[in-house]
Design a protein around this ligand. Structure first.
Ligand code: ADP
Length: 489
């Protein structure tokens, strides 16, 4: 059985307590590996290593060009290992090999390249100053960053934090999700091989309430970047408040996806299928509330359900598979609970609604469609984080916008129409961090991503994210040697 230690200060080490836990392959229930289980003591060692690497040593003294070159070299190393990383990630969390190899891993590496390019563009301002002084700002790294990441896209969501953090000259301690502890370790190993100095990247596996909480409340961590559930986001905010630590939270969603009757229906159906079933519905931005105009409602639901039934569920490493297993038994049970609630609430279960046992012993579910859902039902209000869509009827543009915005969340939203004016009009009215027009669940390194309302705050990706990993220092230089003459000395 392969053992996976912690990665602290460039060394592979056991946890202080000596504890371990097993990581399960969600497709087969086989044990992928035995993982060193870190807690507060290990987090402390990792933070100390990150602090040392931030203040002293090769990382601290590297020129921006050298740092940029190193990050490009690291990206190159990852490109050479896409297949390997994709397989590790798929074994860890059940994403299909197409999802990891063609989408998640390449997207993560592009993020690293994007921020490698940013290293040499970090700059402050020369401020308007009178003749007797000179005022300017410096953009400086914040210091030690703590990254707490979830299990749905471990490598990609780690990279959203790691790449801008390192580009700005910070160091980082990463706490991967306990369900997917292996792929981020493999990422760290490759980055070390590419030449990232010891202590710059540290990975401490362990549970949320122990290792995660210790990182969020550690006095020597300068910033926390978190992606995960809204409930955990609240706990992180509380923990970080102890030392007034800045945080960014990318949390849950119940994203509306609106199909107007003037849409290209084929494209809307295909895009909306991707919007909900991509990554088994385990996507914070998933288009889980599908609003369809009443004039096309029945036709849309029929066609959508027919296509949902034809999705090939199977082993994630089979290239023909379109939907793999859910990540865990716990997630399966959550989905089952919501499906029961949906039925009791009077929503119409059109297809799915059960485990898929033909695929083997893994955590397989079937693509599920609920129609005639009311926007106030629980299955329309709460995040299920599985392949379950709630299709809701609307009358006109105003009705669609009102219903779409009637949620505690605001991560993403989408709309399908061929009417250009309507597209832009509705895009302005939707209360969400992202609006997709005639597409869904797309990401780009240059495009800021994050939420409003209880989907969190802060924007990852894009130039904007650099603001979260740098801080402004103002320098005031006196040019007037007799400035304090009024003391008459
Ligand atoms: P899920 O409920 O889907 O597992 P979470 O938001 O709980 O999602 O998990 C996302 C990440 O947050 C994981 O790395 C998890 O270990 C971590 N986590 C969970 N609880 C806490 C906590 N109290 N403090 C810090 N991190 C936590």
């Amino acid at each position: 059985m392969k053992k996976y230690p912690l990665f602290i200060d460039g060394k592979w080490v056991d946890s202080v307590s000596g504890k371990t836990f097993e990581s399960i392959n969600p497709a087969t229930l086989e044990v992928n590996g035995v993982i060193a289980e870190g807690d507060a003591a290990d987090i402390d060692l990792a933070v100390k290593a990150a602090r040392k690497a931030f203040e002293l040593g090769p990382w601290a003294s590297m020129t921006p060009s050298e740092r940029a070159r190193l990050l490009y070299r690291a990206a190159q190393k990852l490109w050479e290992n896409v297949d390997y990383l994709a397989e590790v990630e798929s074994n860890d969390n059940g994403l299909t090999i197409s999802e990891t190899k063609l989408i998640a891993i390449p997207a993560a590496i592009e993020v690293l390249e994007f921020y490698a390019g940013m290293v040499t563009k970090i700059q402050g301002d020369t401020l308007s100053s009178p003749a007797d002084r000179f005022n300017y700002t410096l953009r400086e790294p914040v210091g030690v960053v703590g990254a707490i990441v979830p299990w749905n896209f471990p490598i990609m969501l780690t990279m959203w934090k790691l790449a801008p953090a390192l580009a700005a000259g910070n160091t980082i301690v990463i706490k991967p999700a306990e369900q997917t502890p292996i792929s981020v370790l493999e990422l760290a190993r490759l980055l070390q091989e590419a030449g990232i100095p010891d202590g710059v990247i540290n990975v401490v596996n362990g549970y949320g309430h122990t290792a995660g909480a210790a990182l969020a409340s550690h006095p020597d961590v300068d910033k926390i970047a978190f992606t995960g559930s809204t409930a955990t986001g609240r706990l992180i905010m509380q923990a970080a408040s102890k030392h007034l630590k800045p945080i960014s939270l990318e949390l849950g969603g119940k994203s509306p996806n609106i199909v107007f009757d003037d849409a290209d229906l084929d494209a809307a159906i295909r895009g909306s299928l991707f919007g909900i079933y991509f990554a088994q519905g385990q996507v914070c931005a998933a288009g889980s509330r599908l609003f369809v105009q009443d004039t096309i409602y029945d036709r849309f639901v029929d066609e959508f359900a027919r296509k949902a039934q034809s999705i090939r569920v199977g082993h994630p490493l089979d290239p023909a598979t379109q939907m793999g297993p859910q990540v865990s038994e716990e997630q399966l049970q959550t989905i089952e609970r919501y499906v029961e609630i949906g039925k009791q609430e009077g929503a119409e279960l059109i297809t799915g609604g059960k485990r898929n046992e033909q695929c083997g012993s893994g955590f397989y579910y079937t693509p599920t469609v609920f129609a005639n859902v009311d926007n106030h039902m629980k299955i329309a209000k709460e995040e299920i984080f599985g392949p379950v869509v709630s299709i809701i009827r609307f009358k006109d543009e105003e009705d669609a916008v009102r219903k779409a915005n009637d949620t505690i969340y605001g991560l993403a939203s989408g709309l399908w129409t061929t009417n250009l004016a309507r597209a832009h009009r509705v895009a302005r009215k939707l209360k969400a961090g992202t609006v997709y027009v005639n597409t869904f669940s797309m990401l780009d390194s240059a495009a800021p991503f994050g939420g409003v309302k209880q989907s969190g705050f802060g924007r990852e990706l894009g130039i904007e994210a650099m603001n979260m990993y740098t801080q402004t220092k103002h320098v005031w230089v006196n040019l007037n040697e007799s400035a304090f003459d009024w003391y008459g000395v």
